[in-house]
Design a protein around this ligand. Structure first.
Ligand code: URA
Length: 381
């Protein structure tokens, strides 16, 4: 049995919030004495899985209301269970990659298409599936779904509910969710890639706080440690930057919430700020961002294997302003994408589903002849 301090309700999805509150005490979840052994964690995962998977690995919801509804409109994705054949559209999805901005996720979609050698049918191009929601962007590249989640935990929360329901309606089997983001490093240089080991809230609790029906509950903000290690193992000694694993602080704000001195308001001193950052560092925190606890809490509650991989845009021990040149920043932001692409390629290769590395050329058999044909055609324009 797992220690009571970290037990989550995995046996009854009709549990009351009160019950949940008693069974998951976040003050014990930060390793203060109650460091859970990995096999105990595995036991918990197995139990969560019973609640969240059908026998064929398809996603089961912990909400009995959904299957009783005539239709389920995924409003913020501009999709619906009866308006769209979600199984046909998304049934093959194995990886859901999320990041803050629509542009980053569109770039990632093109990048991953090349990396996994996925070919679009002739004459077609990637389309933003959720364009008409005007909220989030979504691109599908074979088994990879690339989705923007906006900034901060409320935005991620709304998206996660609908993405998990999408997985259910589409009958996706064992999807893996990965957040690809940016962060401020603590004691690490800009450009460092950081894989989150545990997501901590502003009070250093390894949980996310929800207010539901006026009651406060906590859900564990746990990520898959094995997946984190697998990702770390894919860092290459030839990478001209470090890839590390550590704890991530998730805040509700970029400025005062992250101890910045350069917001519109600031009622603390530079030494208060430094003392705070040093305290974080002493607690194993290596980066700060604004999405990881909700991402971890909802994937964990849904029994979905998940990871967070961010690149540091600066070392907060050296300052507050994000001021690296645009080209440098663009190159840094590609780094988590490269790591995640290595992982996706590895998994697909293991399943014999990697198409080879012909993606760069698409359907081009001979780049030399292709160029000649192109020149010939242009001459007749
Ligand atoms: N994102 C954050 O939340 N904080 C930073 O310092 C940089 C990116």
């Amino acid at each position: 049995m797992p220690p009571t301090g970290i037990a989550v309700d995995v046996t009854d999805h009709h549990h009351s919030h009160q019950d949940y509150k008693h069974r998951f005490d976040p003050t014990h979840a930060n390793g203060n004495g109650a460091q859970i052994a990995e096999d105990e964690e595995e036991d918990i995962y197995r139990e969560v899985r019973k609640q969240t998977r059908y026998s064929d690995g398809t996603v089961k919801l912990r909400n009995p209301n959904i299957e009783l509804m005539d239709q389920d409109i995924l409003y913020h994705l501009a999709l619906g269970s009866e308006s769209h054949d979600l199984n046909e559209m998304f049934g093959d999805v194995k990886f859901v990659c999320m990041g803050g901005t629509p542009k980053r996720m569109e770039n990632f979609a093109h990048f991953i298409m090349n990396e996994i050698g996925y070919k679009l049918p002739a004459g077609t191009m990637l389309q933003d599936i959720s364009a008409y929601s005007y909220r989030y962007s979504m691109y599908k590249v074979g088994p990879v779904l690339c989705v923007s989640h906006g900034m901060g935990t409320p935005s991620v929360s709304i998206l996660m509910h609908e993405m998990i329901k999408l997985m259910y309606h589409a009958k996706c089997q064992d999807p893996v969710f990965i957040r690809i983001g940016t962060c401020g490093g603590i004691g690490v240089e800009g450009g460092t890639v950081i894989i989150t080991e545990d997501a901590l809230d502003g009070q250093l609790r390894n949980s996310h706080e929800f207010t539901i029906l006026g009651e406060t509950i906590h859900r564990p903000a746990k990520l898959d440690k094995k997946l984190a290690r697998e990702l770390k193992a894919l860092a290459s000694p030839d990478d001209p930057y470090d890839t590390i694993i550590g704890k991530t602080l998730c805040t509700n704000d970029f400025y005062e919430g992250q101890g910045r001195l350069d917001g519109a308001f600031c009622d603390f001193s530079e030494s208060d700020k430094m003392a705070y950052l040093e305290k974080l560092s002493a607690n194993g925190v290596v980066n700060i961002e604004m999405e990881s606890t909700i991402f971890a809490a909802l994937t964990y509650h849904a029994g979905i294997k998940a990871a967070v991989v961010c690149v540091a845009l600066l070392n907060r021990l050296n300052g507050d302003q994000v001021n690296a040149p645009k080209e440098v920043m663009n190159e840094w932001q590609a780094r988590p994408q490269i790591l995640v692409a290595r992982y996706i390629r590895k998994v697909l290769a293991q399943k014999g589903q990697l198409k080879g590395i012909f993606g760069a050329q698409g359907s081009i058999k001979s780049p030399r002849r292709f160029k000649l044909v192109q020149q010939e055609s242009q001459a007749h324009e």
